[in-house]
Design a protein. Structure first.
Length: 209
């Protein structure tokens, strides 16, 4: 009987020891296998989203739909707003007129100065319309970011050669700070939108060219 008990005790010890050796190996195998799977297929958080660029901000601004519609006609300026291609990593400040401000223009951005003495083809008219739109849009873009604080007053060169715009601060103390500023001494700024590739200021006026 004593011998039988000793044999049983030895069997139990052996089984326990075997289990302790086997279980860690199984865990290690699973861990190693899992690690390999993570390396080959990285997990991406379900709530991961790209930060909204200037183009995204404009698309969500109902008061700026006309300006955005014009901007999408220009490969250069739509690229700037999207921050893609050669414009990746660059920042701009964009002064965007409201739809109401654009609609009050006697001559719309795509229109040319009328000259009844010159006749052009439809193709030339379309080409000139694209040039007019690009020039008008460019007068609303400034390279770099302007925070509208101390030191921002004065003229700033736009993307349109020879066409700077001026910023001035009113003697008021509104909050936020940008509400105290005007563009070209007449257009009040009514909203600000920030993006990784720049800043948008929505204004009540238009920069005419």
């Amino acid at each position: 009987m004593r011998l039988l008990n000793q044999l049983l005790n030895i069997s139990i010890i052996f089984l326990v020891a075997s289990a302790q050796l086997i279980v860690p190996q199984i865990v290690l195998d699973q861990t190693a296998e899992g690690s390999q799977r993570i390396m080959t297929q990285p997990a991406v958080p379900e709530d991961f989203t790209s930060p909204p660029m200037l183009s995204d901000q404009l698309s969500l601004e109902p008061q700026a739909s006309i300006f955005f519609s014009y901007a999408r006609e220009s490969a250069k300026l739509s690229g700037i707003l999207s921050g893609v291609g050669e414009y990746s990593g660059q920042k701009y400040t964009v002064f965007v007129p409201t739809n109401k401000a654009v609609m009050t223009l006697a001559r719309k951005p795509h229109q040319s100065v009328e000259d009844g003495t010159i006749e052009i083809t439809d193709e030339e008219a379309e080409r000139q319309s694209q040039v007019n739109v690009e020039r008008w849009l460019s007068a609303h873009f400034i390279p770099g970011t302007i925070g509208l604080d101390k030191g921002a007053e004065g003229e700033h060169q736009t993307l349109l050669d020879g066409k700077p715009l001026s910023l001035s601060r009113l003697p008021s103390h509104h909050t936020p700070e940008w509400a105290n500023w005007r563009v070209n001494s007449e257009s009040h700024i009514i909203a600000k939108r920030e993006a990784p590739n720049g800043i948008i200021y929505l204004m009540e006026g238009v920069i005419e060219v």
